[in-house]
Design a protein around this ligand. Structure first.
Ligand code: ZN
Length: 165
């Protein structure tokens, strides 16, 4: 008699399921069936996975919201002007600007030998660039390139009227 191919598995979650193990070699089926009893059934496994995905999505959304709030607070504190662009570009751009500026400050002033006076000029230049897309484009730039990048910004990247200057 051939080794059976349909095995009734009682999963770790208590659910029973018939599994067709025909694609496994006959001498491996019993071992695999044993292993299956230690797993949750497909339905429970999927439900758990969905739940963890939802947790992950919620966690990411909360993290993004927090980053956004920090970036907004920072922009106010350092009198950075509101950015221009689509709504989505503005929120992203505010975060990029915050990240770029704080990373540059840490690398150039705190860890480097850039003086506060020189840094203030960099900040001044940063205040003139109000196109959200510009900041998004520079998001993976190196801190030491910031001053040069700011200089390279064109009129279309700058606001015609800056309420903070
Ligand atoms: Zn189950």
């Amino acid at each position: 008699m051939a080794v059976k191919t349909i095995w009734t598995i009682t999963h770790s979650c208590g659910h029973q399921a018939d599994r067709d193990l025909a694609d496994r070699p006959a001498d491996r089926r019993a071992g695999f069936a044993q292993w299956l009893t230690r797993q949750e059934c497909t339905t429970c496994w999927r439900a758990a996975w969905n739940e963890s995905e939802q947790d992950r999505a919620a966690w990411l959304a909360a993290k993004r919201e927090q980053e956004q709030a920090e970036a907004e607070a920072w922009s106010k504190q350092y009198r950075m002007p509101p950015l221009e662009g689509s709504k989505r570009a503005i929120s992203w751009g505010v975060c990029c600007r915050h990240q770029i500026m704080t990373a540059a400050y840490a690398a150039l002033v705190l860890e480097g030998d850039t003086g506060e006076a020189h840094w203030e000029r960099v900040e001044e230049a940063a205040r003139t660039v109000s196109r959200a897309g510009w900041w998004i484009d520079q998001r993976s730039s190196e801190p030491e390139d910031l001053a040069e990048l700011l200089q390279a910004a064109t009129d279309s990247d700058r606001s015609t009227e800056n309420p903070y200057l």
